[in-house]
Design a protein around this ligand. Structure first.
Ligand code: IMP
Ligand code: MG
Length: 499
């Protein structure tokens, strides 16, 4: 049987990124390839990410600590790179869980120049999201947008500032100035309520007059500084010293379609979650990557939060339903009793697939919107980061009788000028154009395949994959120019088929 050793024969630096809107199962593969790697590094995103790993039947969800951390005991080095928005509260919590489980993390390194998440970032993120009744982005409320905004506005703080009290205080006060001004334009009660959120130490940083209690923030972050000092390093230098020599695994967060530079703007996150952004976020450049494995959920896919999703099953009603706060993993079965992967009613089918796939946010618990595999988006992703893909969650549709694959779009919006080209009603689009206004008017055209109707979770070898599924896989790979490398047919490491 093939293993990763064969796949990675000539590879020293491997990147694992998602080709969709996140939540495709990167955690499982980072954990798996951590066996191979000497160093595992994250370079983008922050606590908005949720990476789920199942090890010996136990589930771990990490938001900031790299998914290779469970291999720390074997001497593997895990790195949180410079491009990450680091919330020290979250990292400390994750480390304390590891400690409780008696898992070591002594080889963890944190970039001294990672972007520091401060209370004001979380407040701004949450206040903006609750205030904007329309045009809401559905962020995870982790302060991500405001942190990166500050970085580019040249007023952000870095992790290392936690080690230098005077510099920290000076930069903090400067950073808070315009934030306080802005927050005064919002409803006072709303701001107060947000500041009492558990992620903001339940009001610890609130001051009724100044909004922020500077001393409280300084004290807390100095405490974090003491805790983290041992882990803080020049990780860019470290990785540059070891590239080409040690086995480096770069762990993506979110997905290409959520990248600030390449995703379905403006419905994106605020870091560049592409392979290039990942390399940059650990101090390398993309030419240092020997192989990029793109993770693709198939033959259904998901998206959390707002924004266009052409193949969404149940369309608008699904989007609205998934933005409701009373829809949860525990409630949905009862709320939609007719939900089923084979439901004739599209909405019910979308819910059925969500339930079958356990598609609820690892960070927010929100129901993820479900849709069919979208080849125009995959062609776009492959053009960006290359043809080597891992297909995941194939087992979820074991019992689905009809599988729909979106082969191309028919544009249905008003005339749209793209440079010299004019996209008009009825225009055929084969490679997705990642512009929110265009994507929102793309109607999917489907090809329908019969389902394989057997439990592929039990399949161990590629030669045992059912014919009907093989037919779908051949079609998809040929259409998008993909090289299938691995099929994932269950959450556990053992449920992995090398092609
Ligand atoms: P933010 O990253 O919290 O600012 O959220 C911006 C958008 O990205 C929202 O639609 C989120 O739902 C989405 N998002 C952020 N992180 C993830 C993730 O890890 N998986 C899926 N969606 C995400
Ligand atoms: Mg996730």
């Amino acid at each position: 049987m093939k293993t990763y050793e064969e796949l990675l024969k000539n590879v020293k630096t491997l990147a694992i990124v998602c080709y969709q809107w996140g939540d495709t199962g990167k955690g499982k593969f980072v954990d798996l390839f951590a066996d191979w790697a000497d160093i595992i590094a994250r370079g983008t995103g922050g606590a908005n990410a949720g990476h789920t790993i199942v090890l010996n039947g136990k589930e771990y969800i990490f938001h900031l600590v790299p998914s290779g951390i469970l291999r720390d005991g074997d001497g593997k080095i895990n790195i949180i790179g410079n491009g990450v928005a680091l919330d020290p509260r979250v990292v400390r919590e994750e480390l304390s869980i590891l400690k409780k489980e008696k898992k070591s993390f002594s080889h963890l390194m944190i970039a001294y120049n990672a972007k520091l998440v401060l209370p004001q970032h979380i407040v701004l993120d949450r206040v903006k999201e609750s205030d904007l009744k329309s045009g809401k982005l559905g962020t995870t409320g982790r302060g991500i947008g405001p942190v990166y905004t500050d970085h580019y506005a040249r007023c952000g703080l870095i992790v290392n500032d936690m080690l230098n009290p005077d510099i920290f205080r000076r930069k903090l006060i400067k950073n808070l100035k315009d934030k306080v001004k802005l927050l005064r334009t919002y409803d006072r009660e709303l701001v107060k309520e947000v500041m009492e959120h558990e992620h903001l130490s339940r009001g610890l940083f609130y001051d009724p007059d100044e909004i922020f209690n500077v001393d409280a923030i300084v004290d807390k972050y100095m405490e974090y500084g003491k805790y983290f000092q041992y882990f803080i390093e020049d990780t860019d230098r470290f990785l540059n010293m070891h590239k080409g020599e040690k086995r480096i695994l770069l762990e993506g967060a979110q997905g290409l379609l959520l990248s600030i530079d390449k995703g379905s703007y403006p419905y994106v996150t605020s870091s560049d979650s592409s392979a290039q952004g990942l390399a940059r976020g650990v101090g390398l450049y993309d030419g240092d990557i020997d192989m990029t494995l793109g993770i693709v959920k198939a033959p259904y896919m998901t998206r959390v939060g707002a924004g266009p999703f052409p193949t969404e099953i149940g369309g608008q009603s699904s989007e609205e339903w998934c933005s409701r706060s009373d829809v949860t993993k525990d409630s949905e079965k009862e709320q939609v009793p007719w939900a089923d992967v084979n439901s004739e009613d599209e909405f019910g089918q979308g819910v059925g697939i969500r339930i079958a796939g356990g598609e609820y946010g690892a960070t927010t618990g929100r129901p993820r919107r479900t849709g069919w595999l979208d080849l125009p988006l995959m062609r776009y992703a492959i053009r960006d980061a290359g043809p080597d893909v891992i297909l995941t969650k194939l087992d979820v549709l074991n019992q689905c009788r009809k599988i729909k694959i979106c082969t191309h779009y028919s544009y249905q919006g008003p005339d749209y000028y793209l440079g010299k080209a004019k996209i008009r009603k009825g225009s055929r689009i084969d490679v997705a154009i990642p512009i929110g206004e265009v994507l929102a008017h793309c109607k999917p055209v489907y090809k329908i395949f019969p389902g394989w109707l057997s439990d592929i979770g039990e399949v161990k070898k590629f030669t045992d994959v059912p014919k009907k599924l093989l037919h779908i896989l051949d079609y998809v790979s040929a259409e998008i120019g993909a090289r299938l490398k691995i099929l994932s047919v269950g959450a556990d490491r053992t449920k992995t088929i090398f092609v």
